[in-house]
Design a protein around this ligand. Structure first.
Ligand code: ZN
Ligand code: ZN
Length: 118
C-alpha cells in the first residue's frame, strides 16, 4: 500500500499546483476583461462625442468651462455610460480633474482605481 501512497502524493501536489495556477489565471483574465471593458467604454464615449461634434449635435466651446482659458478642448466624462454628458476643459484642468479623482478614489479603496478603471 505504501507505494500507492507515494504515487498519490506527487499527483495531489501537481493537481493542487494546477488548480492554483488555473485560479490565478482566471483572476488575471477577469481583471484584464474588466480593464478592457472600461477602456472600450471610454473609447466608445469619446467616439460618440467626436461624432456628435462633427454632426453639430454637440457644441465644442472655445474656452475651458473651469478656468476660461482657450486652446485645445478636452471632453471629460464623469460617467462613460453617459456618452454625450461631457465637461469641456483645457488640458491643464482636465489633468487636475483626474488628479482630484485619483485622490478621492485611491485612499477610499486602499488601492488605486481598482473599481473605476481610471
Ligand atoms: Zn482650464
Ligand atoms: Zn477626463
Amino acid at each position: 500500500m505504501s507505494d500507492i501512497k507515494t504515487e498519490l502524493v506527487p499527483h495531489e501536489v501537481i493537481e493542487n499546483q494546477l488548480l492554483v495556477a488555473l485560479d490565478d489565471k482566471s483572476k488575471v483574465a477577469k481583471y484584464h476583461r474588466k480593464h478592457h471593458d472600461n477602456n472600450r467604454e471610454q473609447f466608445r464615449a469619446h467616439d460618440a462625442v467626436w461624432y456628435a461634434v462633427s454632426r453639430g449635435r454637440l457644441k465644442k466651446p472655445d474656452v475651458c468651462s473651469v478656468c476660461g482659458d482657450g486652446g485645445k478642448m478636452h471632453a471629460h466624462h464623469e460617467d462613460y455610460s453617459k456618452r454625450l454628458d461631457v465637461v469641456w476643459v483645457c488640458e491643464e484642468c482636465h489633468n487636475n480633474i483626474h488628479i482630484k479623482h485619483r485622490e478621492r478614489c485611491a485612499p477610499k479603496r486602499g488601492r488605486a482605481h481598482a473599481d473605476c478603471g481610471d
